[in-house]
Design a protein around this ligand. Structure first.
Ligand code: MG
Ligand code: MG
Length: 631
């Protein structure tokens, strides 16, 4: 299959779109009709531009309301076809893209429709062109690819073929097995799009919510396997109508598009055990075993305060870097590197972000192949690939210009702490934190799908359904990505948050922090009561939760009076799911907005979503205290 893209996916003018498409490495493009109509140059100008950019124009789409008319409308429609053929020839394209009619004046009937397509084939053949037929999910008479195929089959013309679009098929839940029975040479073109599962009419769902393969929830694997079984070899073209992409950067959306297709075709090839595209197989997706360490960049002025916070949280200073101004704090399986060196990546990151997480290190199945896979997915590995110390850790650029390092068990990389750090002994102040439970990254709403694709295409991951959380300043969208969670332990749990409202805490974090990044890290304990009592004794400022929360919790009859009083005193919140129970509490935010969470998970698999709105109000209140109405 050959990766291609429709201009409708991107923002900008037609030349801007074509440049972005060529820069992302595409060779084939379908031009959306309104992009062409809105353009000031002639079709010949567009062809010249595409020639210069090395782009082949497959089609101009769509040609609407073709089939099923009575005369004289039928004759007029064929006149329109001839004009469109002129245009295709001026552009050097050879495929007329017909989508099923929605016209109230059209008629159904398989004989009539196949006769229309037979005549279309005759006219196309005279010019050396072809015509393809796509069933729109909301087509009036034809909305199922199996019906469209029957019409194409009965049209019995070599210049007439079928066009498949994953959205129209998967949105209606049409079975995919029948695809394998269609001869591959009768399928002229395939369009591909993913989408979140929404309870919406097909047209609105399609026009606003399509997304790149891997960013949504449709069964694209099943669709790709059906194309593979059919032995389809033609273009696989992204046709994504998405409001976020239209507002985003054409260049990065085009790169995301190409990345999504590379991963999609490679995954399908691996399942089929043979190459379905023309590219080199990608290195296998690595599994994530654990978060190896989190690196903070903290400048000299804030360093002592930050050390004090870490000690309050129970961390012990356990290593000093042999040559740099970098230290290592530990507790349980949690390792935190604090980098205050005046040179290097962490320092430059600190200049623009202040006290922040500048890198996350993941322990994966194989660090080198992870970076090789990233490179094949158009990710720039970080030049210089230097970890917090002397040992060069392979790395790629992550969210907001931060880094993700990779270490593994089989190479020297796992010894980074011994190689780079001299052990030292601090007063132990353990509060019972055992591991990193999850990391929450906050970003612009428009970038969320990019980062979903980044993680899901690079690593072996699982995506949970997206959620909307209420913040006092608007809605925050939240997407959980999990990797390598084994028996509810280990691996990586990421919560990606983004908000369109400028008044939410998420948005303020992005603005005040000068960009996207880690907003909070949750640590896991086996005994949250003891942990929180120790944090309070250490003087760590805890986020106060309103009394009303505990009155409400009391009404749920989960706890006896003494237990409830303890939760209330320690500002611990509670949730329950089908599998178990969950306790969570938060520290107050640092000036830049960063904070920590303490959780206790008893078989529970969620993230305390019902409590998120309460937490957001509590945090907002500390920034802007309530003013009660005066009487
Ligand atoms: Mg389509
Ligand atoms: Mg959390």
């Amino acid at each position: 299959m050959i990766p291609a893209i429709a201009t409708v996916c991107l923002s900008g003018t037609l030349p801007e779109k074509l440049h972005a498409i060529a820069q992302a490495g595409f060779k084939d493009v379908e031009i959306f009709e309104s992009d062409l109509i809105a353009y000031h140059g002639s079709p010949a100008d567009v062809k010249r531009l595409c020639d210069d950019l090395g782009l082949n124009i497959i089609t101009v789409q769509p040609f609407r309301d073709f089939e099923g008319y009575d005369e004289p409308r039928r004759g007029k429609t064929f006149d329109r076809v001839e004009r469109k053929f002129d245009l295709l020839q001026a552009l050097g394209a050879d495929l007329l893209f017909v989508c099923s009619s929605v016209s109230p004046e059209a008629h159904g009937g398989i004989e009539r429709l196949s006769a229309d397509f037979n005549e279309l084939g005759e006219r196309a053949a005279k010019r050396g062109l072809r015509a393809g037929f796509e069933a729109l999910a909301w087509g009036r008479f034809v909305h199922d690819y199996r019906d469209a195929w029957e019409i194409v089959r009965r049209a019995a013309h070599p210049s007439v073929g079928l066009i498949l679009d994953s959205f129209h098929i998967l949105a209606r839940g049409t079975e995919l097995q029948s695809m394998a029975a269609i001869p591959a040479d009768r399928v002229f073109f395939v369009q591909i799009a993913d989408a979140p599962k929404l309870d919406l009419d097909y047209l609105s769902w399609s026009r606003h919510w399509r997304c790149m393969p891997g960013q949504g929830e449709l069964d694209l694997s099943g669709f790709m396997d059906a194309l593979g079984a059919m032995n389809y070899r033609g273009p696989l073209s992204l046709e994504i109508f998405n409001d976020r992409f239209r507002a985003g950067s054409a260049r990065s959306v085009a790169i995301d598009g190409r990345r999504s297709l590379i991963a999609l075709i490679d995954d399908a090839s691996k399942r089929a055990k043979r190459a379905l595209g023309r590219m080199e197989p990608l290195p296998l997706r690595p599994t994530v075993k654990a978060v190896e360490f989190v690196e903070f960049s903290v400048d000299e002025a804030e360093r002592h305060q930050f050390y004090a916070l870490l000690r309050g949280l129970g961390f012990t200073l356990s290593g000093k870097h042999r040559s740099k101004d970098v230290v290592l704090f530990k507790q349980g399986d949690i390792r935190i590197v604090v980098n205050s060196d005046k040179e290097g990546f962490a320092h430059s990151y600190n200049m623009s972000h202040g006290t922040s997480v500048c890198a996350i290190a993941l322990r994966v199945s194989d660090a080198q192949t992870t970076v090789a896979r990233a490179e094949a997915l158009l990710e720039e590995p970080y030049a210089g690939a230097i970890g917090p110390g002397e040992l060069a850790l392979p790395a790629v650029r992550g969210l907001g210009g931060s880094l993700i390092y990779f270490v593994d068990d089989q190479s020297e990389l796992s010894r980074w702490a011994d190689v780079d750090f001299e052990a030292c002994t601090d007063e132990p102040s353990d509060v019972g934190l055992r591991s990193i439970d999850h990391i929450s990254q906050t970003m612009q709403y428009e970038e969320m799908l990019t980062w979903v694709l980044y993680y899901t295409s690079l690593l072996t991951t699982q995506k949970l359904p997206a959620q909307a959380v209420m913040d006092p300043g608007g809605v925050v969208q939240s997407q959980v990505i999990e990797a390598g969670i084994d028996d509810n332990r280990g691996g990586l749990r990421l919560v990606l948050n983004g908000s369109q409202s400028h008044r939410t805490l998420s948005s303020r974090f992005v603005t005040e922090f000068f960009g996207s990044g880690v907003q909070h890290i949750a640590f896991e304990t086996d005994d949250i009561i003891t942990t929180m009592e120790r944090l309070v004794a250490h003087g760590v400022a805890i986020l106060p939760i309103p009394d009303n929360y505990y009155d409400d919790l009391d009404a749920k009859l989960e706890f006896d009076d003494a237990s409830l009083a303890k939760l209330k005193k320690l500002n611990i919140m509670f949730d329950r799911d089908a599998k178990g129970t969950f306790f969570q509490a938060y520290t107050q935010s640092l000036p830049g907005g960063l904070f920590f969470e303490i959780v206790q998970r008893n078989q529970y698999t969620g993230y305390g979503a019902p409590n998120a709105a309460i937490r957001l109000v509590a945090q907002a209140r500390l920034i802007r205290p309530d003013t009660l109405p005066r009487r």
